[in-house]
Design a protein around this ligand. Structure first.
Ligand code: C2E
Ligand code: MG
Ligand code: MG
Length: 629
């Protein structure tokens, strides 16, 4: 808060100072004008100079105002003042025969500057403050300053031609000229201060957008962009997870949890070289970008990291011993940043599940490839077996009232020998084959039949179905959805689809067209796992979506972690501004639910409310009215 207040206070002070100076200058000029008119009789045209000087001073004040409040209000005033200054200068040129040449020259210089002023205003309107500042500092400011000096020079020449009778007036006029110059120069000094404070403020805002407020490290977005920039050098990415952090948070409190994260960040930073990058990806997950092309460096650093965690953490007189799980992946030719991070993340999970401390992503070996083929064969058979592949339905509830607002259909596969296999394991295998189309069709059919069955039983339950990139980008997909809706007899507004940022960004034009066609059938879309990919704001504005689902990694530790909470709050605000409903995924406890109520999030989903339930289990909830639709 205080960081935010400081530049605002400074800006306000500067603005008031400028307003004061301009006000003073107005009064001084007006008094001077009156004096000149009184003392010097008809024929004295000193006031033309005064007027020009006054208009120039006002103009620079308004230019400053346009930067301060770029809402377009200054535009009309500024252009009118510029015109008034032009008129005054022309009059000045026409009345002063002796110094005609210079006065005309001044008037012309000022007229030419109008184009620059208009350009500057356009830059301000476009929000291009960097360019506007440069125009102001490098062209407008010096030119106005020099014109003002020349103008006052002109004026002095002019008044010195007056006879003795006008001596008093001359004296006053000089004084006033000096006053106006001083006021003007002071204005420029203030302007310089203002520009510096703006630059400082902008840097601060930029830094805030790129850093994690708790640890001061880079955040996920900044880390993704730094990794993307380094891809050509085949960097190694380490993903580090603090084992047992959630227990610390729950048992010792969030303050200790926060201190632990700060200390972890400090230890990580102390181990890497200057050009390596340390970031906090969210929650208890950190990442390091190693620029060194030698993949073995990852092992070395990981070993050093593991060692530093052998030292206990002491916070608030509490001593905690923790371990970390580290995954490493080195970028290979043609790989994008999402893939490299996914590999490092998978390696970290591998290390964690085997309590190995460290695991390097090796790529797919022959054994993996064989296992994958086997799994695909099994999936092919499963698709024809109604018992193996089923759907569970997880309630989505209104944050305020707890009322059911819909369900998300989640695929469940019970393998005849291996038992339940997580969608997180088999969806990626399907995703790279055309079998995905059959799978999506199967899921949609099952979900819509269920929606119809609930309708027949008197329950209107909106269902969301996850749709992979491959299916969304299939040109036949929207028509298939429309056909299924009418075959099964479900209104389009009872169905929505969840797509990831990745699916939308991999081919935005096709994705947008598909979403429009679905919208035409009444089917709305949500962005799933929002925050984990890199969607651009521009797309968010143009995408025909109705809902944002904030990824559970942000929601899980929101109650204890102020930066996750801030991220969730700003996403909710962003979503609302764009007219979208915002859903928080992964709400596991009352603290998170309470935080979401305070933030004003619309909808929640997570174990705290309900786990994914079988259709029968959900039906009995509906019947016993434990859920309100
Ligand atoms: P998702 O769409 O983000 O689904 C939410 C996942 O979070 C589900 O995992 C759900 O069980 C889990 N979850 C719900 N509440 C909580 C909570 O409070 N805490 C935690 N830790 N987890 C929670 P699930 O069912 O394993 O699905 C994983 C992912 O697999 C889904 O993520 C979705 O991307 C994909 N998936 C599932 N079913 C389908 C499907 O039919 N088609 C496609 N294309 N993808 C699917
Ligand atoms: Mg989903
Ligand atoms: Mg999700």
């Amino acid at each position: 808060m205080s960081k935010k207040r400081a530049p605002r206070a400074l800006t306000t002070t500067l603005a008031l100072l400028l307003a004061g100076l301009s006000g003073y200058s107005v009064v001084a000029n007006w008094q001077q004008g009156t004096l000149v008119r009184e003392v010097a009789a008809a024929g004295s045209d000193t006031d033309a100079y005064q007027k020009a000087a006054f208009e120039l001073t006002t103009e620079i004040g308004l230019l400053q105002g346009a930067m301060l409040e770029p809402d377009g209000e200054e535009r009309a005033d500024l252009l009118a003042t510029n015109q008034a200054a032009n008129n005054a200068m022309e009059r000045m040129a026409s009345v002063d025969e002796e110094h005609h040449g210079s006065a005309v020259d001044l008037a012309e210089r000022h007229a030419k500057l109008r184009m620059v002023v208009v350009g500057f205003l356009n830059q301000v309107d476009r929000g291009d403050t960097g360019a506007a500042e440069t125009t102001l500092e490098e062209i407008l400011e010096p030119e106005y300053s020099s014109m003002m000096k020349d103008l006052l020079n002109e004026q002095n020449h002019h008044v010195s031609d007056y006879d003795q009778q006008q001596a008093d007036s001359l004296n006053e006029s000089r004084k006033s000229g000096v006053t106006v110059l001083i006021v003007f120069l002071l204005g420029l000094v203030v302007l310089g201060g203002f520009a510096a404070s703006r630059r400082g403020h902008r840097r601060q805002v930029e830094a805030m957008a790129a850093t994690d407020p708790l640890t001061g490290l880079l955040n996920r977005t900044a880390f993704v962009s730094r990794t993307a920039q380094a891809l050509d050098d085949r960097p190694t990415v380490l993903v580090i997870n603090v084992d047992g952090f959630r227990d610390v948070n729950e048992q010792l409190g969030h303050r200790v949890g926060d201190l632990l994260l700060v200390e972890t960040g400090r230890r990580l930073s102390s181990l890497v070289r200057g050009d390596d990058v340390v970031a906090r990806l969210g929650g208890d997950e950190f990442a390091v970008l190693l620029h060194d092309a030698d993949p073995a460096i990852g092992e070395t650093i990981a070993a050093r990291l593991t060692e530093t965690f052998d030292r206990s953490f002491t916070m608030d007189e509490i001593t905690v011993d923790l371990e970390v799980s580290i995954g490493a992946a080195t970028a290979r030719e043609g790989e994008d940043v999402v893939t490299v991070l996914r590999h490092a993340d998978a390696a970290m999970h591998e290390a964690k599940s085997h309590h190995a401390g460290f695991h390097r992503y090796q790529g797919e070996d022959k054994q993996d490839a064989a296992a994958r083929l086997l799994l695909l064969g099994d999936l092919r058979r499963a698709l024809d077996d109604p018992d193996q592949l089923t759907l569970h339905y997880q309630p989505k509830v209104a944050v305020g009232s707890g009322a059911l607002v819909g369900v998300e259909a989640l695929a469940r596969w019970t393998h005849p020998e291996r038992g339940p296999i997580s969608p997180a394991e088999f969806i990626p295998v399907l995703e790279v084959t055309n079998l995905m189309h059959k799978f999506t069709e199967r899921v949609l059919t099952t979900a819509l039949r269920q929606a119809r069955a609930w309708l027949d039983a008197g329950h209107r339950v909106p269902i969301a179905v996850n749709v992979s990139a491959r299916s969304l980008l299939d040109p036949n997909f929207p028509d298939r959805v429309a056909a299924l809706l009418s075959e099964i007899g479900v209104p389009g507004d009872l169905l929505s689809i969840e797509v990831t940022e990745y699916a939308l960004m991999s081919d935005p034009d096709t994705a947008i067209e598909a979403l429009h066609r679905l919208n035409a059938a009444g089917v709305k879309a949500s962005i799933d796992d929002y925050g984990t990919g890199y969607s651009s704001m521009t797309y968010l504005k143009v995408l025909p979506i109705a809902e944002l689902k904030i990824d559970r990694s942000f929601v899980l530790d929101m109650a204890g972690d102020s930066s996750s909470r801030a991220l969730v709050a700003s996403t909710v605000e962003l979503g609302h501004r764009l007219g979208l409903t915002v859903v928080a995924e992964g709400v596991e406890d009352e603290a998170a639910a309470q935080a979401l109520r305070e933030i004003g999030c619309d909808t929640a989903q997570g174990y705290h409310f309900d786990r994914p339930l079988s259709a029968d289990a959900l039906t009995s909830r509906l019947e016993s009215r434990l859920l309100i639709v």
